[in-house]
Design a protein around this ligand. Structure first.
Ligand code: G6P
Length: 608
């Protein structure tokens, strides 16, 4: 949802900005731009398209600067044009800025400034901010930003340069993520901390209603009234190498392959002797846990599907009343929430606006809130209180893979721990599931060994019109995620249905050009799903089955079978998701799609 990078220092400013933007491209990639100050003059270059195109323009123009800011855009207000691309400059050429977010009262400000004779050049909401700054700036950047932040409404991460301040960058945040770093005589800012890892691991996450001045000498922090305050930095334990593709052609493939390690890391320190213990992270008492009558899982996209997996698993061993809700709906419905509610917010990025607002709402209604996120220091992590961090490392591919697996691992542990605190967990179930979880990395690795088989299968089906995914019980939530992966990266229509529900409508769509991917693990629902496979075959749909190793009967129905290793029935999603991700990946590759940066999507959606 737009990526921002800023640099103050003695190195090659444009190179650092361009490399930083490339790390942000997953956040938006319809246009990009850069601005620098050199010899007291602002220069900028913008382009429709990717950061690589911007880099070509920068090289051709020989652009250099003493300080600089850059932006990669995911359009909200105004079409994808070079004019609308950031950075934006005030009409008097004195102020330049980049913005992530939405300025809600942009029209009003524009009308006010146009009435004063200021000429606007773009269709963006952002231009109202830069023109306003140009209008009020009288040589004191802090005062101008105080006035701006009092005037604009909405969400923003702003990075600003003033023509007569060639040694400083200013940033301001409300609602959109922004992180600041400093090392030696260099200062940085970025939307995503991974862009700073090669320079420093100690960063300041900007809070709402906070601004900062970044110079070679250091960073100073102020509130929106202009009062200065001290701010503690946070140490990031991610390794810069984690943000490289390594030997893989795409981040998505690399991240699919990381899943066995991710599960192992997620379990580390949380299970021992076949028992789960989250007491180091959650200081919940049995009395407290007993008072939560209901559990709300709230999330978006893949994280939402992870919570549906959790719901299915938890219902097998706990006496829980669970709701799973997409955050954008949860906020606007009158769902009973209060001190008897445990509300769990799951967000890979920790920045998704819908999830963040839903968490704020639940908190204001007195619910006990817990966040599960992959980004320590993200806004949700800092705001919500209790947290479980998934140690999946940075996920760069827009389509989530390893973070889904990390989420379902930690959610399973959470369910077990909660049931145990409430005295509801049968010790045998705990032993059985924890020991089965410990085996998951090996089973996922075995699944990855079948990559070539899945690639060949994907090739056979790459020209399909679309896909249906079906599954019953525990096989339904991975069907949802499998269909989502395919939609996201191959642009094929893919829909997941509880297998038994298909006959109540969607079956009308089936024909020989619409394959059905049936998730049919060997469990008590096997026969029922087989009946649904038969129904699909009767409508001539080609069948691809995901079945349990040793299930010979499945071959009577189709020769397109992906066998998954046997596991405890509840944990089927862990082994099912890997081949489904690979299937989507190879279909998209066969179709020549832009796998790591699919059209219209952004990895972190910071607008509602
Ligand atoms: C976006 C991404 C999805 C992701 C969802 C939730 O829509 O494109 O891949 O699942 O946001 O993101 P979160 O960071 O909150 O898990």
């Amino acid at each position: 949802m737009c990526g921002i990078m800023g640099y103050v220092g003695d190195r090659d400013t444009t190179r650092i900005i361009l490399e930083g933007l490339a790390k942000h491209e997953y956040r938006g990639y319809d246009s990009a731009g850069i601005a620098v100050i050199k010899d007291g003059k602002i220069s900028e270059l913008r382009t429709v398209g990717r950061v690589a195109q911007l880099a070509e323009k920068v090289a051709a123009a020989g652009l250099t600067g003493d300080i600089g800011i850059g932006h990669t855009r995911w359009a909200t207000h105004g079409g994808v044009t070079e004019t609308n691309a950031h950075p934006h400059i005030s009409s008097d050429d004195r102020v330049v800025l980049v913005h992530n977010g939405i300025i809600e009262n942009a029209r009003e400000i524009r009308a006010e400034l146009e009435a004063k004779g200021i000429k606007f050049h773009t269709e963006t909401d952002t231009e109202s901010a830069v023109q306003y700054l140009g209008y009020v700036y009288d040589g004191d950047p802090k005062e101008a930003i105080v006035k701006l932040t009092a005037r604009i409404r909405g969400a923003f991460a702003l990075v600003i340069m003033f023509y007569d301040k060639p040694r400083e960058i200013w940033v301001a945040r409300k609602g959109s993520p922004l992180v600041v770093g400093h090392a030696g005589n260099e200062g940085f800012c970025a939307s995503d901390p991974t862009a700073l890892l090669e320079f420093t691991h100690d960063v300041w996450f900007m809070d709402d209603d906070e601004m900062a001045q970044i110079t070679r000498e250091g960073c100073r922090f102020f509130d929106f009234s202009g009062a200065e305050h001290e701010k503690a930095s946070m140490h990031l334990d991610w390794d810069a190498a984690m943000t490289n593709r390594g030997k893989y052609p795409h981040f998505m493939l690399k991240e699919i392959h990381e899943q066995p390690d991710v599960v192992a890391h997620t379990l580390l320190g949380r299970v021992a002797d076949d028992a789960v213990d989250l007491s180091r992270e959650l200081s919940w008492t049995p009395d407290e846990a007993a008072q939560w009558k209901r559990i709300h899982f709230v999330a978006c996209g893949t994280s939402h599907y992870a919570t549906i997996v959790a719901q299915h698993i938890m219902e097998t061993f706990g006496n829980f009343e669970i709701r799973t809700e997409v955050a954008s709906e949860y906020r606007y419905r009158n769902i009973p929430t209060g001190p008897d509610t445990l509300a769990v917010f799951v967000s890979q990025s920790g920045e998704t606006a819908d999830t963040l607002h839903a968490a704020r709402l639940a908190k204001s209604r007195g619910a006990k809130c817990l966040v599960i996120t992959n980004v320590r220091g993200s806004t949700i992590h800092r705001e919500v209180g209790d947290a479980l961090i998934t140690p999946a490392g940075p996920e760069i591919g827009v389509a989530a893979t390893k973070t889904f697996t990390a989420q379902i691992t930690i959610l399973t542990l959470l369910g077990l721990y909660l049931a145990k605190l409430r005295g509801e967990l049968d010790p045998n179930t705990e032993r059985r599931l924890v020991s089965a979880l410990m085996d998951i990395p090996g089973k996922q690795a075995a699944m990855l060994d079948r990559e070539r088989e899945i690639e060949l299968l994907a090739r056979d089906f790459a020209d399909a019109r679309g896909f249906f995914f079906i599954g019953r019980g525990i096989a339904y939530p991975p069907a949802l995620e499998g269909a989502l992966k395919l939609k996201e990266i191959s642009y094929l229509h893919a829909e997941a249905y509880p297998a038994g529900e298909m006959k109540h409508g969607p079956i009308a769509l089936l024909d020989k050009e619409l394959p059905v991917v049936a998730l049919v693990p060997k469990n008590e629902l096997w026969e029922k799903t087989i009946s649904n496979i038969e129904e699909s075959m009767a409508r001539k749909s080609p069948i691809i089955a995901l079945a349990t190793e040793g299930d010979d009967q499945i071959c009577h129905y189709t020769r397109n079978v992906i066998f998954t290793p046997e596991t405890e029935p509840e944990l089927f999603p862990f082994v099912a998701v890997v081949p489904l991700q690979l299937f989507a990946y190879y279909i998209a590759r066969q179709r020549g799609c832009d796998i790591d940066m699919p059209r219209n999507l952004a990895k972190s959606v910071t607008v509602e």
